[in-house]
Write a protein that binds this ligand. Structure first.
Ligand SMILES: Nc1ncnc2c1ncn2[C@@H]1O[C@H](COP(=O)(O)OP(=O)(O)OP(=O)(O)O)[C@@H](O)[C@H]1O
Ligand SMILES: O=P(O)(O)OC[C@H]1O[C@H](OP(=O)(O)OP(=O)(O)O)[C@H](O)[C@@H]1O
Ligand SMILES: [Mg+2]
Length: 286
């Protein structure tokens, strides 16, 4: 039998594009024709299953797939026994309670005895319990935001990102109850040879992620400022210093996280840095 692992990814929806881009950025090639539900990579021992996201935690827990990419909201809601290997940083959203815009909201007690529509009965149920609120949970599988306007419920609990769906449906967000992003999950009992392949995949994903959060920085500085500048942008081992054609000046090359760059920019300029270039990094292995 050919030694390949299986990963379940969402067929189409809010997770699909970023899941597939991440896999491509890891140098893994595969054919992803429309309507195809299974595909094998041509250059890495991995097979893809394209599924509804609701089914991914269960398939991974049962071992039908070894790995999966799914939102934390779906994972916690399905309550399956899988291991979270890595947060992936995309499909960030929150689960929130919302009520009609015109209603006064005194606090969570608003929901006592009320009817709440949601696709996340477990997460909502656990939250209400933790708040000692008794409410009726009305489970619906989609278009939850419409429920109050058709008299199905007095409040909703659903995914919010920009908030525009709530606004368009005359609702206001009153409590954030869960924060979510896409995660890579794994079956709990992978055989050793599968673990080895998973490690290789994780190594690549880490390199892609590190590359994304770091930048390559080049700048020019008078030689007397170099020491100060090195202390501001120390890089991986240390910055590269190259002499400029103009006497008394050097070019400094370093790597740093984007956040760090914005924190240090004024100090770099104050130290005499000029001609600062910030360049994206595709992959980074420390
Ligand atoms: N507006 C959003 N912004 C960011 N992330 C989101 C947003 N909506 C959903 N997500 C995240 O993406 C996941 C998939 O959302 P999507 O709307 O594609 O699900 P779905 O309609 O249930 O898809 P499927 O057909 O696969 O069941 C959600 O579980 C959530 O983690
Ligand atoms: O706060 P917002 O930025 O408006 O995003 C929130 C909406 O996004 C998701 O739906 P999606 O658009 O993916 O459609 P779906 O309900 O068909 O999955 C989610 O179910 C919300 O309805
Ligand atoms: Mg779904």
């Amino acid at each position: 039998m050919e030694k390949i692992i299986r990963i379940a990814v969402q067929k189409s929806g809010r997770l699909s594009d970023d899941s597939l881009s991440l896999i491509k950025e890891c140098g893994i090639k595969f054919y992803n024709g429309t309507g195809k539900l299974k595909s094998t990579s041509t250059n890495f021992p991995i097979e893809f299953l394209f599924l509804r996201d609701d089914d991914i935690p269960g398939y991974v827990a049962d071992g039908v797939a070894d790995l999966g990419i799914v939102g934390e909201n779906e994972l916690v809601e399905k309550d399956k026994d899988v291991q979270v290997l890595k947060k992936l940083g995309f499909s960030k959203c929150r689960l929130s309670l919302a009520i009609p815009k015109g209603q006064n909201y005194p606090g969570i007690e608003y929901f006592e005895g009320k009817n709440i529509a949601t696709s996340y009965p477990k997460i909502l149920g656990d939250y209400l319990k933790s708040q000692n609120i008794n409410a009726e949970i009305h489970e619906i599988s989609g278009s939850v935001e419409i429920a109050p306007s058709i008299g199905l419920a007095e409040g909703i609990c659903d995914i919010v990102s920009s908030g525009s769906t709530l606004m368009m449906n005359g609702l206001k967000e009153v409590e954030e109850i869960f924060k979510s992003e896409a995660v890579l999950i794994s079956n709990q009992e992978l055989e050793d040879w599968k673990k080895e392949i998973v490690e290789k995949l994780l190594f690549r994903m880490n390199a892609v992620q590190k590359g994304k959060s770091n930048k390559y920085v080049l700048l020019n500085a008078p030689n007397e400022s170099i020491e100060k500048i090195i202390s501001l942008i120390p890089g991986m081992r240390s910055p590269t210093i190259l002499p400029l054609a103009q006497e008394g000046w050097s070019s400094v090359h370093s790597v740093l996280s984007e956040d760090q760059f914005w924190e240090n920019i004024e100090e770099l300029r104050a130290a005499g840095a000029e001609g600062i270039l910030v360049i994206p990094i595709e992959k980074m292995v420390i």
